[in-house]
Design a binder for this molecule. Structure first.
Ligand SMILES: Nc1ncnc2c1ncn2[C@@H]1O[C@H](COP(=O)(O)OP(=O)(O)OP(=O)(O)O)[C@@H](O)[C@H]1O
Ligand SMILES: [Mg+2]
Length: 402
């Protein structure tokens, strides 16, 4: 699929912007802080139901405005689709698909994007939550129904934690909490599905990530991914859990559901003591390895980058293989500045056959030639010039941005 036109009203630092987009590469160039990431963030929002930078919707609405509107015209197989989202300060958001009212959370079914960003290095170096979010984003795109399961799990987890906290406060100890049993059942049912889907996804990603790593790094460093499951005793969020690496290799016995239920029963006294749920997909992780060593703490800067890029590229390949609506739109936000020459060229080469690729850069020269076919300049929340397509230039109404 591809986005043919993007229209923003009072979104981030844009008052009003209209951008025509081509198939293939589209490059947005501008100095720091001008609105390049904001522009692509609007598409990330439509395709994932949220910003990748903040959970706060109000940040999307231009300072001083009451609502932001994102409008994207899409095209797939000669068919056009119009997605519209209005983000309201202080009231619920509204969405439309082809001008018919829709639920905002249904928009991601129509648009799929894969975002590459400098923050992706945290997949290798960061905390487990970053890796969980990566897997869940891909899960929701690969199987949209799972977005609902993930949201339900979050809700159950919050309720259960509240209950544990109040039980702790009132001094109730194990066994005497029948309400907790009801929440345990929900937690285990929803959580087991998430655990199984994540494990399956890691499996499906194995080959695409290996190929992508090779494509980006030019070496075969045998990248591996190993789920670390709290239902099997791993505690990756607890520092100094030295056993957690080993536990990832253990062959678990019984269904996820059985192991989860057993862990919940086993941990109940500790959970009542601490007032928080200690087992479930919210406490899991996935271990990345290169050349037989953990990537975190061992891989070089360049190797870590190659792994991060491979995770995104591998995900994009997987979504492309599964999709009925064509390729995901690839968004490469500011990544070329982070890479050496050879990785730049290799990445550009690896993404060249995707239906649409959006690239942002502060410095034009950082971006390989083959991605510069269409270049659009961004300055202070305005699309000020499309090098090869004057029709795309918005006529400035205020001060002349040149
Ligand atoms: N809700 C908002 N209202 C007005 N301005 C905003 C809003 N949110 C963000 N901005 C402004 O948008 C600018 C950041 O834009 P953006 O992140 O897109 O920059 P960029 O072009 O990607 O820069 P860089 O090259 O540094 O990544 C900042 O100046 C910020 O203050
Ligand atoms: Mg940026």
């Amino acid at each position: 699929m591809r986005v043919t036109h993007l229209s923003l009203t009072d979104f981030r630092n844009y008052g009003r912007a209209e951008v025509e987009l081509d198939g293939g590469p589209n490059l947005f160039v501008g100095s720091n802080g001008q609105g390049k990431t904001n522009l692509v963030e609007s598409l990330v929002y439509l395709s994932t139901g949220g910003s990748h930078r903040t959970p706060v919707d109000a940040a999307m609405v231009r300072q001083g405005a009451q609502a932001a509107v994102i409008r994207a015209r899409l095209e797939h197989d000669g068919r056009a689709l119009l997605l519209e989202l209005q983000l309201n300060r202080g009231s619920v958001n509204k969405a439309m698909v082809n001008r018919a009212p829709a639920r905002p959370r249904d928009l991601p079914r129509h648009l799929s994007t894969v975002l590459f960003a400098p923050e992706d290095l945290a997949f290798v170096r960061g905390e487990p939550s970053v890796r969980r979010r990566l897997l869940d984003t891909v899960l929701a795109q690969r199987t949209p129904r799972l977005a609902g399961v993930l949201a339900d799990y979050d809700r159950v987890l919050r309720q259960r934690n509240t209950l544990l906290k109040s039980a702790r406060a009132s001094g109730v100890r194990g066994g005497g909490l029948s309400t907790l049993d009801v929440w345990d059942e929900r937690l285990v049912t929803l959580g087991s599905e998430i655990v199984d889907e994540r494990v399956a996804l890691v499996d499906e990603l194995r080959e695409p990530v290996r190929e992508a790593y090779h494509a980006v790094a030019g070496d075969d460093h045998d990248p591996r991914m190993l789920p670390l499951l709290s239902v099997d005793g791993a505690a990756p969020d607890d520092e100094h859990d030295e056993a957690h690496e080993r536990r990832g290799d253990v062959d678990a016995v019984g269904t996820t559901r059985d192991r989860f239920a057993a862990a919940v029963a086993r941990l109940r006294p500790r959970e009542l003591e601490r007032g928080v749920t200690l087992v479930g997909p919210h406490r899991d992780d996935v271990l990345f390895r290169l050349n037989g060593l953990p990537a975190k703490g061992y891989a070089s800067h360049g190797e870590s980058w190659s792994f991060a890029l491979a995770l995104r590229l591998g995900s994009a390949q997987l979504l492309r293989a599964r999709s009925t609506t064509g390729d995901p739109v690839l968004i490469l936000d500011d990544v070329f500045a982070e890479l050496d020459r050879s990785r730049r060229a290799r990445l550009a080469h690896a993404v060249r056959d995707f239906e649409q690729v959006l690239v942002t850069a502060a410095v034009l020269e950082d971006v390989p030639e083959e991605l510069r076919a269409r270049t659009v300049h961004i300055r202070a929340g305005r699309v000020v010039a499309g090098d090869d397509d004057p029709a795309a230039v918005e006529s400035p109404t205020g001060a002349d941005p040149a």
